[in-house]
Design a protein around this ligand. Structure first.
Ligand code: GLU
Length: 493
């Protein structure tokens, strides 16, 4: 069976940060396009000028690239259906609004914001749902033409059918039936000549030959309007897919500003840029996102290539997904374990250099197998491995004193340790561990006391990767020097 190549789009408004919800929509749209040999398009929906945030568009593009969801057509790379920024498509929408008016599916509306507000207040007093009262729907066309010619400001409203019902089909939810008398004549072109989402998105999806519209379920409310607009033009409808909502981690209620702030306090975020800074990997983030709304096994570990292989729109689910940051940790850690050493080295290096450390690439490659299993986020590499790149470490006297012993006894152990290690031609796991263990045995001390002092002396910290393997990478000379320094610190107490 041959599958028709899908054309999908991610159509964010540049009104804030690219977040988890956007990334998931983009991912599914990308997967469908790639799975079917089609195209994935980025379209910037910037017609709400008041809400546009400067820098947001760039952040969206950077975020998609960081995630590895490269679009085939978009504002910065062009394509044969451009422009891909809606404010650059003004004429196209005006032309289409005019067509709808001519076909009797839309009409100019001269109601002022003040008048509309008054009507709204009255409707609320009567306990009615606020809706447009139809004042201008009833205007004769020549009367409307006269008012336009006289320079009166106007919007264009879509003329919703008033009888019967609208049946809109969502791929995940089936037919959604709405009584037309519940529907409202919405503005599709504003007084500034720019379209609202309802017109712009329908026109663009048609003109850009979008086959599948994947978008958030917040659009279900205006879905009947959208299908009516598409049908009024006489166009084929795309396949509509409204994705599930995200619930806050407790599973109760939607993610709100308060939950978002709480997540940030805990070292997590729903914003892609933050996740990047927090040391999450695109692989981990995408794997995590992918499973919130896709009915595959909850713990399936997949790369994007593997997702492309398995993806079908039939396996998406409309049920809400609770955000679980522990799972993000899990997927991130899991993918870190799957990267090649060279790949991981390239990703970790910036964390060290940002700390002002000079990174020796050979040391970096050698230390990775020691720390890899300990990393949940990439920036954990600093806690576990910065000491490999420091000329000296500065353990505190307090850390050097072993549990149950005093400074004098600890200094004695450090001196003995130095003696043993300096007698070895090289220091590594095979050469150093046996004599050190023999010393522990014969001294009657416990292994944590002796190895603890050595660990703090050579790495500068109480928790480190495997001790002797680490010393091997640090090197014989430097390791001995560090033990010597520790003896001095201990003797000073
Ligand atoms: N611009 C809309 C938004 O950001 C996009 C909805 C859609 O994908 O059609 O919510």
């Amino acid at each position: 069976m041959s599958i028709k190549p899908a054309r999908t789009r991610f159509a964010p408004s540049p009104t804030g940060h690219l977040h988890l919800g956007g990334a998931r929509t983009a991912l599914y749209a990308y997967l469908l396009a790639k799975k079917t040999g089609g195209q994935f398009i980025l379209r910037i929906e910037d017609t709400d000028l008041k809400r546009t945030v400067s820098g947001a568009e760039q952040e969206i593009m950077d975020g998609l690239r960081w995630l590895g969801l490269q679009y085939d057509e978009g504002p910065d790379i062009g394509g044969k259906h451009g422009p891909y920024r809606q404010t650059e498509r003004r004429d196209i929408y005006q032309q289409h609004a005019k067509t709808l008016v001519e076909k009797g599916h839309a009409y100019p509306c001269f109601c002022t914001p003040d008048h509309l507000e008054k009507v709204r207040q009255e409707q609320m007093k009567r306990k009615e749902n606020p809706h447009y009262d139809g004042t201008c729907r009833a205007l004769a066309p020549d009367e409307a033409a006269r008012r336009i010619a006289s320079g009166e400001a106007y919007t264009i409203r879509f003329k919703m059918p008033q009888e019967g019902a609208t049946v809109a089909h969502d791929h995940l939810r089936g037919d959604i039936v709405t009584e037309n008398k519940q529907l409202n004549d919405q503005v599709i072109l504003k007084t500034d000549g720019l379209p609202t989402y309802h017109l712009a998105a329908m026109v663009d999806d048609h003109e850009m030959e979008i086959t599948h519209v994947l978008r958030g379920s917040e659009w279900l409310g205006t879905f009947p309007l959208h299908v009516n607009i598409v049908r009024a033009f006489g166009w084929d409808e795309p396949i509509w897919i409204h994705l599930s909502v995200f619930l806050k981690p407790s599973g109760k209620g939607k993610m709100s500003k308060r939950e978002t702030a709480a997540a940030i306090k805990d070292g997590y975020s729903i914003f892609i840029k933050d996740m990047q800074e927090l040391g999450f990997t695109p692989e981990g983030v995408l794997n995590w996102c992918a499973l919130m709304g896709w009915g595959v096994a909850e713990d399936d570990v997949m790369t994007v290539e593997q997702m492309v292989g398995r993806f079908t729109i039939d396996s998406l689910t409309p049920s809400p997904a609770a955000i679980n940051f522990q799972k993000l940790d899990h997927f991130n850690a899991t993918h870190i374990r799957l990267f090649t050493t060279e790949d991981l080295a390239a990703r970790l290096k910036p964390y060290f250099t940002r700390e002002g450390l000079e990174v020796n690439d050979d040391v970096l490659l050698e230390m990775i197998p020691l720390i890899r299993e300990r990393l949940t986020t990439l920036d954990d590499c600093l806690a576990f491995g910065a000491f490999f790149f420091r000329e000296e470490v500065s353990p505190t006297a307090e850390d050097l004193v072993a549990k149950g012993l005093d400074a004098k006894q600890s200094a004695e152990i450090a001196r003995k340790t130095y003696e043993i290690l300096s007698s070895l031609p090289s220091i590594d796991h095979a050469t150093a561990e046996p004599p050190m263990r023999a010393y522990v045995e014969q001294s009657g001390l416990n292994v944590n006391q002796v190895f603890g002092i050595l660990r703090v002396a050579t790495t500068g910290q109480k928790v480190s990767p495997p001790l002797f393997e680490s010393m091997e990478i640090i090197g014989r000379e430097k390791s001995l020097q560090r033990v010597k320094n520790a003896i001095e610190v201990l003797e000073k107490i």
